[in-house]
Design a protein. Structure first.
Length: 244
């Protein structure tokens, strides 16, 4: 794979990552051929706000899913390549659709990481907004509470992630849009670019004159817009693409 000079010389790279970045860490993606929702379309209900709020059984299943999710997953070569990009002073911002916290675990500066869809490591009450750790909530599940309620107000608890039907944090979206319009390369890695508003950041970057690079195993709607499309595995291709 030949790396174009404009990518090697880019000094302000804004990166958007999706589930594909974390698959090498043992966390399955959602929409790929072997994705969670591909194998079990009903599982999408667990991350849809209306089903979650309205059906206690969905909440119980969601807590089981969270219990079985690899919260102890470790960063992989793709995450580390982005840390190196930052260390060389070339990273403008790291926008992620992932909720696993692996970018920060790998060493990416928290102030440069914008978690568009929240984090699975925290739990939030949908009624009063009280926030606790996922570890604490899962301990309650393990102790026999299949659908733990908020200890402050009795409201419904949910992971501090953005579910379908739930609004993104406006401040995070604004900061992400600013980063997309203020870069010379916009790099989309391991994302299907099918979920908005995250996918629309690619449009903002291109309209602002940035080169667009898409690194993803499957085709995306933005491949036709991209200056470079890479289908090779992220763990091997990203370090080569981002080498100084």
């Amino acid at each position: 794979m030949d790396v174009p000079d404009w990518l090697t010389g880019a000094r302000r790279v804004t990166v958007l990552t999706g589930a594909g970045v974390s698959t090498d860490s043992g966390i399955p993606d959602y929409r790929g051929p072997n994705g969670v929702w591909t194998r079990d379309p009903d599982a999408e209900k667990l991350v849809t706000l209306s089903y979650y709020v309205g059906d206690p059984d969905v909440r119980r299943r969601a807590w089981i899913m969270r219990r079985d999710t690899a919260l102890d997953a470790r960063p992989n070569a793709g995450h580390r390549a982005l840390v190196d990009l930052e260390r060389h002073g070339r990273l403008r911002a790291l926008l992620t659709q992932n909720v696993d916290g692996l970018h920060q675990a790998a060493g990416s500066s928290p102030e440069l990481v914008l978690e568009l869809h929240g984090t699975v490591h925290a739990v939030e009450c949908l009624a009063c907004g009280d926030r606790t750790t996922m570890a604490e909530a899962l301990a309650r599940v393990a102790a026999g509470e299949p659908d733990p309620a908020c200890r402050v107000c009795g409201g419904i608890l949910k992971s501090a992630t953005v579910s379908f039907g739930q609004a993104l944090d406006p401040a995070v979206v604004e900061a992400a849009a600013e980063a997309a319009t203020d870069c010379d390369v916009f790099l989309a890695v391991g994302t299907s670019l099918s979920v908005h508003p995250a996918a629309g950041l690619t449009d903002l970057a291109a309209q602002s004159g940035a080169r667009v690079v898409v690194v993803n195993a499957e085709p995306t709607p933005y491949d036709v817009l991209a200056d470079l499309v890479v289908r090779e595995p992220i763990g091997t291709s990203l370090p080569r693409l981002l080498a100084p």
